[in-house]
Design a protein around this ligand. Structure first.
Ligand SMILES: NC(=O)c1ccc[n+]([C@@H]2O[C@H](COP(=O)([O-])OP(=O)(O)OC[C@H]3O[C@@H](n4cnc5c(N)ncnc54)[C@H](O)[C@@H]3O)[C@@H](O)[C@H]2O)c1
Length: 95
């Protein structure tokens, strides 16, 4: 399916085909992964969970920061809540 046809299928929040959780998403590698996922899969909700450590930066994520299918959550606890993990189609961990 082309990106254009996926774009047409994307709807309001809550109607996404799948949800993908990326941890450490404000880091060097994962930020680029997130930008690609958000742009290539507009019908997927991409959730970025990062504690914003000293090495983190939201700069690389600016191109997608206002996209409907992207959400950033800053966490302070060291583990990913089980309820969040089990509600996801895929979890990509970069920390
Ligand atoms: N960059 C490389 O060349 C390279 C090579 C081989 C392996 N790796 C490994 O890949 C992973 C990512 O590398 P990177 O260079 O993108 O790292 P990075 O340091 O740029 O980013 C790590 C991110 O993880 C976040 N983080 C740390 N602990 C967290 C926690 N408990 N919960 C949520 N977020 C947390 C940080 O805030 C940061 O944004 C690391 O495990 C690294 O060891 C990196």
């Amino acid at each position: 399916m082309s990106a254009a046809s996926r774009e047409e299928r994307s709807g309001p929040p809550g109607s996404f085909a799948k949800r993908v959780l990326v941890t450490g998403g404000a880091g060097f590698i994962a930020s680029h992964v997130i930008v690609s996922l958000v742009e290539d899969y507009p019908d997927y909700m991409i959730v970025n969970l990062d504690k914003l450590d000293y090495c983190a930066s939201l700069k690389n994520l600016e191109p997608v920061s206002n996209k409907q299918n992207y959400k950033f959550i800053q966490i302070f606890h060291l583990s990913v809540p089980l309820s969040l993990r089990t509600s996801m189609f895929m979890v990509l961990m970069f920390w």
